[in-house]
Design a protein around this ligand. Sequence first.
Ligand code: FES
Length: 74
Amino acid sequence: MIVCLCHNVSTGDIAREAAGCCSFESLQEQTMVGMSCGACVSCARDTFHEHKADQPDSGESLVPAFLTQAAAHV
Ligand code: FES
């Protein structure tokens, strides 16, 4: 299924790219998904996180970055 009409990005593309992307923003850099009209961002983000959750080590921390950065300065 095509998720992003502007950049012709499918759910399969997102699933495949999710393995090598540590964040949704990284996925956007790789595929351009959601970088034009933005109508697909919510669906694309959901699809990305569904596929990242399927991977044993997603590389994404559940702790927000600002908390880990703040803890490093304590
Ligand atoms: S549909 Fe994805 S940016 Fe327009």
